[in-house]
Design a protein around this ligand. Structure first.
Ligand code: F6R
Length: 615
């Protein structure tokens, strides 16, 4: 995720773009840049770090005059966060400049072609490839910028929201969208371009939201002309009146970042496997795994180190790796591992999981493992973070910025990456049949839609939250793949509602926690069809006979648990190993609604921080 902003009109563009970038920093903040046209010259300044760094740099570097410009705040995907990889990017001639939010999946092959034709690249980004492709088309075909953008985009595979400016045509900006958002604010003889409406809400309430596969030429004098990128047909602009206030817009219309991030999971999971899961070819492509395949295949065991929610994702991965790839796995709290003189050898593969990539204990655990000769693989969300850099190799989750302190989309995207790795290794080891492997790929591809379906339980979950919001204790039970989900559900409730909650393997209940059960105790039981279903149903009966209140998370169409439970929340059917990606959704929603009803600060719960950089 990145944020893009543009302005063309009669005011100074710089303050509008700068303020807009600050509002879009929630979309990424590892580097930022602005290009301005002052009537004669195109001026560009960009830097690693937050928009505030750019502000300091810009004002000492360039004159900030001009009534047309574009700006970008980045969440790195291709290329580490540094000055050179920051946007905007120039084309080779210096005539064109581009900002981009998204991923160009076929950029390597396009780049090779362009290099053959004499183009040189300064950055590691896919975006610099795109701007040069546009330049190449424009030059070869002797056509206008809009047409060149259209032809170039027809050669591109991936996702994008882009804005392109040509210094020789200073009265227009060309924009396009596929898979990443893009809004155009319509003022009086002025136009605003942005990833959402927050950068221009105080200037105009009228906006056009481009649809996927649409592009627009935004002209200072002539307004906005929209066409379809693929078939060239003209589209009538639909101008909407914005009803939202500024804060709501930054949160995409949601009341909290946590809720927004819960709802982003279908697209976040899709982004995680985009370009990696090639179902038709039955291929999983992950460079970090391919390049180190020998290390994985020769490993005596995998040790997973992580903290909190990431540790729970590690527990799910333990089941997947052992079940599918038949590699022994140990899952360790990084904080314990680093201090207990663990036995680590050169034949161990250590997988470190961290959303922020900055967790001090996980970082220390990695350093310890490296010092003993183990191969360390990082699974991080934040590109260029300390853990990502410290690991020998890794795979990013590509979930986009997670702002809410309680991890939601980080958890499901971590499980997605780890599932891809386990599947790739099981194929390489021959521990999975080709039909089973294909079946897994097909089911994984269906998960984003099934998560969408699971989110439909939101209103019903809210009614359950209303009933139980005042209790002091909750119990969460699950078995197999869903035992870690029970732990995660309990953690979510604790951290944002401050209600005490415990997660347990369902069968462990009778070894102690059963003593807690009475008519006041709500117990969330994950009882999906494929995971030891009959055994979990027996556990539910044990709870029922002690008058506990049962909230069952069940597979669509379930009848058995429905008869026993006080409430059932349905999730779509999938294979057992992927069920955590669905069963976790209602648990996230339950904790969100309870915390909200109790008046807690959902996005910034007390005593917690998004990145725990102290031990
Ligand atoms: C829980 C939560 C924390 C983090 C933990 C590790 O919602 O957010 O438990 O999961 O602090 O953080 P990362 O994944 O950044 O290493």
């Amino acid at each position: 995720m990145c944020g893009i902003v543009g302005y063309i009109g009669h005011r100074e563009a710089y303050p509008i773009i700068l303020k807009g970038l600050k509002r879009l920093e929630y979309r990424g903040y590892d580097s930022a840049g602005i290009a301005l046209f002052d009537g004669t010259d195109l001026k560009l300044s960009k830097t690693k770090g937050k928009v505030a760094n750019l502000e300091t740099k810009l004002e000492s570097e360039i004159t900030t005059h001009g009534s047309v410009g574009i700006g970008h705040t980045r969440w790195a995907t291709h290329g580490v966060p540094n000055d050179v990889n920051s946007h905007p990017h120039y084309s080779n001639s210096g005539d064109l400049v581009i900002i981009h939010n998204g991923i160009i999946e076929n950029y390597e092959s396009l780049k090779k072609e362009l290099i053959k034709r004499g183009y040189v690249f300064k950055s590691d980004t896919d975006t610099e490839v795109l701007v040069n492709l546009i330049e190449d088309v424009k030059k070869n075909e002797q056509i206008k910028l809009g047409k060149a953008v259209q032809i170039a985009l027809n050669q591109v595979v991936g996702a994008y929201a882009i804005a392109v400016f040509d210094r020789n045509k200073p009265n227009e900006i060309v924009v396009a969208r596929l898979g990443s958002p893009l809004a155009i604010g319509i003022g009086d003889d002025e136009f605003f371009i942005a990833s959402d409406a927050s950068p221009f809400i105080e200037y105009t309430k009228n906006a056009i939201y481009l649809e996927d596969e649409e592009m627009a030429i935004v002209r200072r004098d002539k307004g906005v002309k929209i066409r379809k990128i693929h078939d060239d047909s003209l589209v009538d602009p639909y101008v909407q009146e914005l009803q939202l206030n500024l804060e709501q817009i930054e949160k995409g219309g949601y009341d909290h970042f946590m809720l927004k991030e819960i709802y982003e999971q279908p697209s976040a999971i899709l982004d995680t496997f985009r370009g990696r899961l090639l179902t038709n070819e039955a291929i999983i492509k992950m460079a970090g795994v391919e390049d180190n395949m020998k290390k994985f295949l020769n490993a005596d065991r995998i040790i997973i180190v992580a903290c909190g929610t990431s540790w729970h994702a590690g527990l799910v991965a333990e089941y997947i790796f052992e079940d599918l790839a038949r590699i022994p796995v140990e899952v360790e709290y990084a904080s314990e591992f680093r201090y207990r003189n663990p036995i680590i050898t050169e034949k161990d593969v250590v997988i470190a999981i961290s959303q922020s990539g900055e967790t001090a204990d996980t970082l220390a655990a990695i350093k310890l493992a490296k010092s003993k000769g183990a191969f360390v693989f990082g699974v991080c969300n934040v590109v260029g973070s300390s853990i990502a850099r410290e690991a020998h190799a890794g795979a990013y989750t590509h979930a986009g910025p997670e702002i809410g302190v309680a991890s939601t989309k980080a958890f499901t995207t971590q499980i997605t990456v780890l599932t891809l790795i386990a599947l790739r290794l099981s194929r390489a080891k021959g521990t999975i049949s080709s039909s089973d492997y294909r079946h897994h790929l097909i089911e994984l591809e269906l998960i984003p839609d099934k998560v969408k379906k699971a989110l439909e339980s939101d209103d019903y979950v809210k009614t359950i939250a209303e009933i139980y919001k005042d209790v002091h204790n909750f119990l969460y039970l699950g078995r197999g793949y869903n035992f870690p989900v029970a732990l995660e559900g309990a953690l979510k409730l604790k951290e944002i509602s401050y209600i005490h909650a415990e997660g347990y393997p369902a069968a462990e209940m009778k070894h102690g926690p059963i003593a807690l059960i009475d008519e006041n105790m709500p117990i969330v039981v994950i009882a999906t069809k494929k995971g030891h279903y009959e055994k979990v149903v027996s556990n539910i009966q044990e709870i029922k006979s002690r008058k506990g209140k049962i909230i069952g998370i069940v597979t669509e169409g379930d009848t058995q648990v429905k008869e026993l439970a006080d409430h059932v929340i349905e999730v779509p059917e999938t294979i057992e190993s992927l069920s955590p990606l669905l069963t976790t959704i209602p648990l996230q929603l339950l904790s969100y609604h309870i915390a909200l009803m109790l008046g807690k600060n959902v996005d910034q719960p007390r005593n917690l921080a998004k990145a725990v950089t102290v031990e």
